[in-house]
Design a protein around this ligand. Structure first.
Ligand code: ZN
Length: 279
């Protein structure tokens, strides 16, 4: 299974399960995550949802190069009311697909009416930041590292552009301009993480936090979550993200226009990894 689902008392644990590809997110995974979250929302016994990654790493981001990359596959769309990207051309194809599986899915998950906690170890890169950020809280192990290196592709950050809100403007610029990895401790100092714990304690610390929350009433939790999310949106999160999604797609289109249709600016999973190693 691409995504594992397990209920432990009042806590649903949703685990990305492509450890051989550092849990790179193909569309099969995003739709499996969506199904797992829907299941947790519908189960009245579930009070809190934990999102985890199997293996050494939380996630290396979007799948831009595994054998199961599935950008040309149709799925039963859930997140936005738009036509299928399959068979569309150019910007039409990219906008339709990314509106659904990246920005739309992430927004849908941010609005899950139950508290969510990301449990992060190892790599949490680019598209993986999106998954961690849509969760209400993030517990990271001390070996976790983060980066959004997509400026190297000429693109101003990943599709779910929460950077200025979760990092603050200056840290957001440093992260984007350098593309460098930052540590869990650094992320904690910037206010992006709730807890940094030893790697061996990650699961128990995440579950302890989830169980503490799980004794609160469901409705109170849902309304408190909505209240904070609404406040974040009043601080410009949602409309800011919409405006940056336009810049993001301008960048993809520019790349495609100047380099024979390649919207990633001549980069692939290997070149991005190599650049990240030496930085
Ligand atoms: Zn994109």
């Amino acid at each position: 299974m691409t995504v594992e689902y397990e209920r432990r008392g009042p806590v649903a644990v949703v685990t990305m399960n492509r450890p051989e590809y550092r849990n790179a997110q193909n569309s099969a995974m995003t739709y499996a995550l969506d199904a797992a979250f829907a299941r947790a929302v519908d189960d009245p016994e579930v009070k809190v949802i934990v999102l985890a990654g199997a293996g050494k790493h939380f996630s290396a981001g979007h799948d831009i190069g595994t054998p199961e990359r599935d950008v040309d596959v149709s799925f039963d769309r859930k997140a936005v009311l738009w036509w299928d990207h399959v068979g569309a051309e150019g910007g039409d194809q990219r906008f339709a697909r990314e509106s659904e599986v990246y920005l739309g899915m992430c927004r849908r998950w941010r609005e899950i009416p139950k508290p969510t906690i990301a449990s992060v170890q190892g790599a949490c890169i680019a598209g993986a930041l999106m998954l961690a950020w849509v969760c209400d809280m993030i517990v990271a192990s001390d070996d976790a590292f983060f980066a959004d290196p997509v400026v190297r592709m000429g693109i101003p950050g990943v599709e779910y552009f929460a950077h200025p809100w979760v990092l603050g403007p200056r840290a957001a610029k440093e992260v984007l301009f350098t593309g460098e990895r930052f540590t869990a401790q650094q992320a904690k100092e910037w206010g992006m993480l709730n807890r940094v714990v030893p790697r061996a304690d990650l699961e128990t610390e995440t579950m302890a936090l989830a169980e503490k929350i799980a004794v609160m009433p469901r409705m109170g939790l849902a309304l408190a979550k909505k209240a904070v999310n609404q406040a974040e949106d009043l601080m410009g999160l949602r409309s800011g993200m919409d405006s940056v999604f336009g810049l993001h797609h301008f960048a993809h289109a520019h790349n495609a226009e100047v380099s024979g249709g390649d919207s990633l600016g001549g980069q692939d999973a290997r070149s991005m990894r190599d650049a990240n190693r030496t930085s």
